[in-house]
Write a protein that binds this ligand. Structure first.
Ligand SMILES: [Mg+2]
Length: 190
């Protein structure tokens, strides 16, 4: 089996990368057995700094230290959510699974983390963000461990470079850049 290089999908042509990833990231025997048409594909979204402008909320750090969930609730979307959700529905219709994997606060208590998870889910519901599964996990959790067995090829969309570099399940999209055109490009790939 080949070793995948964890390509950043912002840099190279997406269709090319997806083809490469399909051929290198999936277990050879599974690939041969299932064939390309039945491969399970998944998009894994981060939230803070990726789809929610969490770091743009004034005093967010003070609030977290005081175990106040306000910044999670008040964060503005980083995209026109109608447009983003419309693309996601089309991707979902074309077979992509959608997951959210988001870290909880670095210093939060178990009780605060529980409240934070609820506020994050409410934020997604407020903007009708479509997803198949959500993982609100402890700060520092290896994100690949949350969805490892859920799909054959997975793309992580995340603003954190270190997390993207640790991703081993397919490709990554750098969410510091506009993710919409890249997601739209995925619609052309089957
Ligand atoms: Mg983030």
């Amino acid at each position: 089996m080949h070793k995948i290089l964890n390509p950043d999908l912002c840099i190279l042509p997406v269709a090319f990368l997806i083809t490469i990833c399909y051929n290198t990231s999936c277990k050879d025997n599974v690939y041969k057995k299932k064939g390309k048409q039945t491969m399970v594909k998944m998009l894994v979204f981060d939230m803070d700094g990726t789809i929610a402008d969490f770091y743009g909320v004034p005093n967010w750090l003070n609030d977290l230290e005081a175990e106040n969930t306000r910044p999670y609730a008040e964060a503005e979307p980083l995209y026109n959510m109608q447009e983003l959700c419309s693309v996601l529905h089309m991707l979902s219709d074309s077979g992509w699974k959608i997951a959210i994997t988001t870290w909880l606060s670095k210093t939060g208590s178990a009780e605060f983390n529980k409240r934070t998870a609820e506020v994050k889910k409410a934020w997604l519901a407020k903007y009708s963000f479509p997803y198949d599964e959500i993982h609100c996990v402890k700060y520092g959790t290896t994100k690949a461990n949350c969805t490892r067995k859920k799909a054959d090829f997975q793309i992580l969309i995340d603003d954190n470079e270190k997390i993207r570099k640790g991703w081993t399940l397919g490709g990554t999209i750098d969410a510091n850049k506009n993710i919409l055109p890249i997601l739209k490009n995925l619609l052309d790939i089957d």
